[in-house]
Design a protein around this ligand. Sequence first.
Ligand SMILES: *Cc1c(COP(=O)(O)O)cnc(C)c1O
Length: 390
Amino acid sequence: MKQHIQSVLQQLEQKTQKRSLKNVSFCNGSWIVMNGRKLLNLASNDYLGLASDERLIEAGCQAMCTYGAGATASRLIVGNYELYAKAEAALKNWKKKEAALIFNSGYTANLGIIAALIGRDDIVFSDWLNHASIIDGIRLSGAERYRYYHNDLDHLESLLKQASPHKRKLIVTDSIFSMDGDMAQLEGLVTLKKRYNAILMVDEAHSSGLYGERGEGLVHHLHLQDQVDIQMGTFSKALGSFGAYVVGEQWLVDYLINTMRSFIFTTALPPAVLGTIEKAIEIVQNEQAKRQTLQAHSCYFRDELQKLGFNVGKSTTHIVPIIIGSNEQTVQMSERLQEYGIAAVAIRPPTVPEGTSRIRFSLTAALAKEEIDWALERIARAGKEMGLIA
Ligand SMILES: *Cc1c(COP(=O)(O)O)cnc(C)c1O
């Protein structure tokens, strides 16, 4: 066993795919200290800068002082503190949906929701670039599965057409794709789910807090909240906290409480986290100015990278990759950016398809325009030195 594992690790090393943890000692707003070096943080999912917001921190401290450090049991036993009811009420109100349920993380939410909803007799259709947590949920469900080419509605329709009309069908997609920064074709997906009598689940991990008048997400932004059956999202990105949610009709939540194993068999969230969740839901609805700042930053940053000659793929959001191709060059680029004071991750297979390794930048509203210019100048320098751009 040990020998086998060591040889697997060696192979990863040879392919420049071996990962290691970096030590973060300080993180505030747009800067981070990682492995002892101060870096401009272009790798964070804290899109609105709420993770360091005093109001969230204060709410978390208060909840911990009142209810203690840990939840002591799962929600169905004795861990369902009244903080849950308050946060779920706020969530329903924000999303204008009948029912809401909070989970421990986006990963376990997707795993559990999908595995609870569908089984061996059902069929699932999943975008090629969906998040790993969706893919794992599908695997766990044992359902018949089809991956449609990324954002290719014609391909999806051809698969739906071939499927038995008598089987239950689920279509599942990210709203914003985490490695490419492009958006799902939600209107088209709604049309298809109606035409083929499927239900539609949308993962708003990267759009919650950022789109819609009150940050409800991309589904609301497109006025599709009554057409999408299952809206899932996280508190761990733009909401600056931790945990995840689902909103939908009452049958959905009742069913999940009774059947979702990653909900039932895990300890409830710690009170401090629930305190920050409730506060984040309240705050995020009034953060229109920060949403606009993030949009402006994203457009500017993406346009400037393109002008420099980088391939930013299909990004139209605050997630902006520069697609490089080879693992070695991507890792070298990320190391060089670190030398120049920028934290940006090298994303390699299996997270993205072979031959599309990339540097993934994510922007936040906490960045100042001057900091973005500072970064662009260094990214350009690194890109030229490495021969990625002219
Ligand atoms: C980050 C992410 C998740 C996982 O959420 P966590 O709360 O970090 O576990 C799920 N889906 C998508 C699309 C994500 O980007």
